[in-house]
Design a protein. Structure first.
Length: 319
């Protein structure tokens, strides 16, 4: 059985209708083998009667004890799920086409011992009032299009972070990839990440800056967890994050009034991050230049570095 977990907060039934219709319209599957769990995070309640119009979907409606964010909602769904496999779909997204679940169920049937099925997903984008579609093929950050074996999550004690409200996807998936031994790819788009301008990531267009302290906190907790699990990915994760933070803080967008006020908190978070994981920095001395060059090449636009990396490090170690 596949359990589909849908966190829901303020989204109304009407708002979620495209998702429900995409689920109800799936073809070539046995719906008795699909469990739909909607986890209300102490927000707008849904009612069983609202789903009577649909032929196939009869979701379980459960509620968290208090509003705690999408990570806790997902974990609540995992704990409740009866399926051998679980996948997450956000309330503002939908399945891609009528055969998405058929492809997932076929993959599960062929290789039921797989820890993680990694599918593709499509992202709707709006850039300067122009619409576009972007195919995520090998994304390891977001939970979109990924299917997890529940017994694997239990055996390896992989859980959603209990307090993170941002970057909870990357924390969870990093632990999954660190522990998974059997990963299979489903090379077709399974899900559509719809363009919701009010979503956490897209609202205001300045998420990468205003929420940088939250990102730093999440990756700091991730590094601590990887160290506790004695995973070699801890050092790699730390160095990648450190250089990402450095380059983010060089961006001229920090001069914008809406962003500038968040910079002190970001620097303080970077300082705490380094202090907490200084041993990882020392053990990764030979890899630093490679990570610097790698991160610089990943910048979508050229960045004029206002300070050298050494000056940045002096600022967070001695400031």
């Amino acid at each position: 059985m596949l359990s589909i977990i849908i966190p829901q907060y303020k989204e109304t039934f009407e708002f979620m209708r495209p998702l429900f219709e995409s689920l109800d319209g799936q073809r070539l599957i046995d719906f008795s083998q699909v469990e739909i769990i909607i986890v209300n995070d102490c927000g707008e309640p849904l009612h069983v009667e609202q789903f009577e119009k649909y032929e196939h979907i009869r979701p379980h409606l459960i509620t968290t004890e208090q509003n705690a964010g999408v990570g806790v909602a997902r974990q609540t769904g995992i704990d409740y799920a009866h399926g051998d496999f679980v996948m997450f779909i956000d309330a503002d997204d939908c399945l891609n086409g009528q055969h998405a679940l058929f492809r997932i169920m076929s993959a599960i049937y062929e290789k039921p011992e797989t820890d993680l099925f990694h599918g593709q997903f499509i992202e709707e984008q709006v850039i300067e009032d122009k619409y576009g579609l972007y195919l995520h093929n090998r994304d390891i950050t977001f939970c979109h299009g990924k299917v997890y074996r529940k017994a694997f999550l239990t055996e390896k004690n992989v859980k959603c972070h209990p307090t993170l409200r941002y970057n909870e996807d990357s924390y969870f998936n990093a632990l999954v990839y660190a522990e998974a031994e059997k990963v299979e790819y489903i090379d077709t788009p399974l899900l559509i990440w719809t363009c919701n301008p009010n979503s956490t990531v897209r609202a205001g267009g300045l998420y990468a800056y205003t929420k940088l302290p939250d990102y730093i906190q999440s990756v700091s907790d991730l590094c601590a967890e990887l160290v506790a699990r004695k995973k070699p990915q801890a050092k790699i994760t730390f160095l990648q994050a450190l250089f990402y933070i450095y380059f983010q803080l060089q961006d001229e967008a920090w001069e914008l009034k809406r962003v500038k006020e968040h910079r002190p908190a970001a620097i303080e978070a970077a300082r705490a991050f380094f202090k907490r994981h200084e041993k990882l920095y020392e053990s990764g001395s030979t890899e630093r230049l490679n990570f610097y060059n790698e991160c610089r090449k990943q910048q979508t636009t050229p960045i004029m570095e206002r300070q050298t990396f050494n000056e940045f490090m002096d600022g967070i170690t001695n400031g």
